[in-house]
Design a protein. Structure first.
Length: 243
């Protein structure tokens, strides 16, 4: 299968205001695809429509079939999983309990070994293993992001949708999070990454799209976008043109 996820001519509106206009993109197996752009460009809205959280016109093709009739839960069960911008953890529950909830659909259907899945997440995120009995609400920002990603991985995603994973994090933690994202690709997880930190997103991704006021402005291999004069001047700063 050359494409795991394809979005074709997607339109999303809030009342009479169209937040996403005629957007098409694709995610191939084993790749990281980034969507960059300013705040308010429609990036989060795009992910919400792909997950079925928002009504939309156009086609979302997942695993070769239309996702139009699939509920959010059915999409998750098939391996299309979102890590939301706000992380949406259960603050009054432990790290371990938050992770276990990520595997709920698979465990209920008998398709997963919970202990094995937990062990794999703890191996990838040793800090979560250290804090497994700690309440999620007491974690640092970076730890909360790791927990949100770990919870998503408990669902065995085929395509992982990441919404602004660097939001609110210190630069050192941002580098750590993006290192984890890069490593996930080696496990076979494909990633659609929405991110305002264009430099970090293009460094880690294979292909990129620039979304501006709800429309695709530029697209191409990430290495080419990083030296594109328009992208460099707008999103990477002047130094990027010399990189």
């Amino acid at each position: 299968m050359s494409t795991l996820l394809a979005v074709r001519h997607l339109h999303v509106a809030y009342g009479k205001v169209e937040a996403v206009h005629d957007v098409s993109l694709a995610v191939a197996p084993g790749t990281i695809v980034s969507v960059i752009g300013p705040n308010g460009a429609g990036k989060t809205t795009l992910l919400g429509a792909v997950m079925g959280l928002l009504p939309a016109r156009g086609d979302v093709i997942y695993l070769g079939e239309s996702a139009a009739m699939l509920s959010v839960e059915q999409r998750v069960a098939r391996g299309l999983i979102l890590v939301p911008e706000r992380r949406e953890l259960f603050a009054a529950m432990s790290v371990a309990n938050n992770l276990e909830l990520g595997a709920f659909q698979r465990v209920r259907s008998g398709n997963d070994n919970l202990k094995e899945a937990l062990a794999q997440v703890y191996q990838r995120f040793p800090r979560l293993a250290e804090r497994r009995d700690q309440l999620a609400g007491t974690l640092s920002g970076g730890e909360r992001q790791m927990l949100a990603m770990g919870r998503a991985l408990m669902g065995r995603p085929k395509v992982l949708l990441l919404d602004e994973p660097s939001l609110g994090l210190a630069p050192l933690i941002v580098r750590e999070v993006f290192s984890i994202i890069s490593a996930l690709r080696a496990t076979g997880v494909s990633i659609l990454l929405v991110e305002q930190n264009a430099r970090a997103a293009l460094q880690v991704s294979d292909y990129g799209y620039v979304l501006e006021t709800g429309e695709l402005a530029v697209e191409g291999p990430s290495a080419e976008l990083a030296v594109n004069p328009r992208v460099a001047a707008t999103y990477l700063g002047k130094a990027a043109t010399q990189a």
